[in-house]
Design a protein around this ligand. Sequence first.
Ligand code: AMP
Length: 442
Amino acid sequence: MRTFDASPVPSTPSVADRPGVHRKKLKLTKSFAAMGLPPSILAAVRAAGYETPTAIQTSLVPLAIKGHDLVGQAQTGSGKTASFALPILAQLQGDWAAVQDNARSQKLPRALIMVPTRELATQVAAEINKLGQGQKVRCIAVYGGVNIRTQQRQLQEGCQVVVATPGRVLDLHSRDSIDLSRLEVVVLDEADRMLDIGFRPAIERILRKCPPERQTLMLSATVPEEILRLAQLYMRQPKLICLPKSEQDNRTIDQYYFSVEGENKYDLLVAVLEREQPPQSIVFCRTKLGTERLFRRLEKARVYDGLATLHGDMSQAARERVMQRFRAGEIRLLIATDVVGRGIDVSTVSHIINFDVPSLAEDYVHRVGRTGRMGREGVAYTFVSRDQGSDLTAIEYQINQLLKRDHIPGISIEPHERTIESEAEAAENEAATPTPSRYRRW
Ligand code: AMP
């Protein structure tokens, strides 16, 4: 078994307090130029409009370029994709002796990035192709739910980077269509999500098929024990990069909740849309059926232009069409399940409305991460019914922050209808370090 080595910054108590975990202060590189990236990559970074590296890029890129195995705690919207894409591109520019032995091996993938969803696969591949511009890098996305033959053909034509969902990698491997023997870098993106949705066995099978001397990078919004165990098993002396809370989140998102009776949620949604006139928003529901129902009702009522829905019962082609129109700004209100809750990068989303509280508090972070991207302002509203006080508390624990209460008279529940905190507690409520559970008395 490989040993677990270092933890630079103590922001996650369960991780930093681990016996034997070595803490050290990170020396941060504040510009892309100082990171040791080749000139062609620096040119692509400039062309992408990135002027200053984000916190995760600053800490991860230099160590990854040196070849370390790393576990980086980073959420979507933090610039995490570039944090692993740039070292991979630098590696592809480097000495290619290992793969120059014959023409066939030059076509084999040298980097594999595993992601939890098809949408994220497409998006990560697009970012790599953007940052790889002018460098003769071919990156393809492979995922389930679409015809495998096109992907087999693309792999046969050759590519240096594959972004993939784990199930499809195994499928392609069982058909001898993907060769993992030349991989130099393997990335697990949104590792916590992949474990949540049951990809662990697939990931482990894939990692066992990859060359043992490869570099492994893992990105995860949270770093629970399960992630650390995976790192211990499959990474070589991994260093853990936990950014201080202040640096993890460079977004400005105002977060509110409404207390509302279940049967008034639709009216509340219409009232919020009316009041806010959001330029572009996503409304999250828990189930596919609920999503479809809400979409139909809004469509029938003609409340809002540019309306669409996105959920797992739609064909891959239909989902892609919706995402394309959403990115292009033609769709302004998207009713969706958590299918789009993770990873999707549409920087113009101004409002997130949690019509249903997410079933996992962690999903709240990912839903809300769809807005306020790269320092833009965003706002998130969560509709909470009387029996969901504990769900709200769980969310507040997750984000270590209290949501502010909003109210629309005549629709949401009047604030005084709930047993709220005393004056003294309310003052504390405003204070810097919240302890959410104390304020939730329903
Ligand atoms: P990610 O967290 O990887 O999903 O990235 C979120 C968004 O930030 C994407 O649109 C990236 O293209 C963009 N981005 C990544 N790094 C930077 C940077 N250093 N400066 C500006 N934008 C960035």
